[in-house]
Write a protein that binds this ligand. Structure first.
Ligand code: PMP
Length: 422
């Protein structure tokens, strides 16, 4: 039978080195929040395939919808021949997305593709090319999205400079000394030193930075960005690829920000493990591109759309938004309690069930301890992932469908790890 070691050896021989592997395990099967590797070892999944499994592995509604679709149709290319699930997903997302305006959507395959298309539409709408993005922001690994992603290593190291006309502002982060005022001043500095507002097509940000460290954008900052965009005719893009699909306790995180974006991106958990992404936005902006200007062979595949409809059904039937808030509270309380015994946990923060703890030693980020915690937790049967500009943040993206007992089991493992490591 297969072993992890043998498969890792084959991976090392066959797969390009740039495709990393956070955990030295190959997974054979999974159900809800439980993973089973090729050697029969069980793990609790607190990573959710990086925010893709808000409804857990193989959610029955998702599998039923996909199975039914598989017996009817797998592909036409929506630009050639239509099928209902694509339109139904767009209708449902238009109804769910925040913003008091008429909405339209378009579907793609990956988060990066959604971001690229949001930028294309903002350019077409404004007739401008500049984009303001933020330090530590993450928007994808394609060329244009790498230009927006505010962290060089490892994402664009060795690849030269990315496509231009992107200006980087500071994301507010009190913990590391950036106030809302500092962040806004950095935008005004761009307007003074680099580019006039009339050359800026879009400002793009994550309402809660994901890869960057789970920093929640303050409402006052969002309001100020909205005002700035209104004043200068700039398109505000909320990248909700990681925050969307219920992770933050509302279907989209922007529902909690007091203002709305003009275009919102979504992907990951929207289709519960199937490749689907999209953008939803103000109809007058979304319609700026002529027929043929948007699309892609697999964008909004019938299978992925069926999966998304299964996800939306699960959210409704199982009240997963309530569950998201409840899990967030349970995690926040437990981790805050841990921080009393283990002051290396400098901060527990997040929105809804998008919860993280940041580890600091003597006032400095503690990436080695973070890595040691991830490794030890895995040895004890818990899959964690880290994030953050300094690699010192443990982020929890557990399925919202996890039973309470299994969540507590995972938290106990974290506690045990701290006891052994410190
Ligand atoms: N935007 C955000 C906020 C993300 O978190 C990610 C993925 N981590 C992306 C875009 C890119 O998505 P994908 O990997 O599906 O291209």
């Amino acid at each position: 039978s297969q072993t992890n070691a043998a498969l890792i050896e084959r991976k090392n021989q066959a797969v390009a080195r740039g495709v990393g592997l956070a955990h030295p395990h190959f997974i054979e099967s999974a159900k809800n929040a439980t993973l089973i590797d090729v050697e029969g070892r069980e793990f609790i999944d607190f990573a959710g395939g990086i925010a893709v499994l808000n409804t857990g592995h193989l959610h029955p509604s998702v599998i039923a919808a996909v199975t039914e679709q598989l017996e009817k149709l797998t592909h036409t290319c929506f630009m050639v021949l239509g099928y209902e699930p694509y339109v139904e997903v767009c209708e449902k997302i238009n109804a769910l997305a925040p913003g008091e305006y008429e909405k339209k959507s378009a579907l793609f395959t990956t988060g990066a593709e959604a971001v690229e298309n949001a930028i294309k539409i903002a350019r077409a709408h404004t007739g401008r090319t500049g984009v303001i993005a933020f330090g530590a922001g993450y928007h994808g690994r394609t060329m244009a999205t790498l230009a927006l992603t505010g962290k060089v290593a490892p994402y664009s190291s060795g690849m030269g400079l990315m496509p231009g006309d992107v200006y980087r502002a500071l994301f507010p982060c009190e913990m590391h000394g950036v106030s809302v005022e500092d962040a806004l001043a950095s935008i005004h500095r761009i307007f003074k030193f680099d580019a006039e507002p009339c050359n800026i097509a879009a400002i793009i940000l994550e309402p809660v930075q994901g890869e960057g460290g789970f920093y929640v954008a303050p409402k006052a900052f969002m309001k100020a960005l909205r005002d700035l965009c209104d004043e200068h005719g700039i398109v505000l893009i909320a990248d909700e690829v990681q925050t969307g699909a219920g992770r933050t306790g509302t279907f989209f995180a922007m529902e909690q920000m007091g203002v709305s974006a003009d275009i919102t991106t979504f992907a990951k958990s929207i289709a519960g493990g199937f490749p689907l992404s999209g953008i939803v936005g103000k109809a007058s902006i979304m319609d700026k591109i002529n027929p043929g200007g948007l699309g892609g062979t697999y964008g909004g595949s019938p299978i992925a759309c069926a999966a998304a409809l299964g996800v939306l059904k699960a959210f409704e039937e199982e009240k997963l938004l309530d569950r998201s808030n409840q899990l967030g509270q349970m995690l926040t309380e437990s981790l805050n309690q841990l921080s009393v015994d283990f002051p290396v946990i400098a901060e527990v923060r997040g929105l809804g069930a998008m919860i993280a703890m940041e580890l600091m030693k003597e006032g400095k980020p503690a990436p080695e301890l973070t890595a040691a915690l991830v490794a030890k937790a895995r040895e004890k049967g818990l899959i964690l992932i880290s994030c953050g500009l300094y690699g010192n943040v443990i982020r929890i993206l557990v399925p919202l469908t996890i039973p309470d007992a299994q969540l507590q089991e995972g938290i106990q493992i974290i506690k045990q790890c701290f006891t052994e490591l410190l």
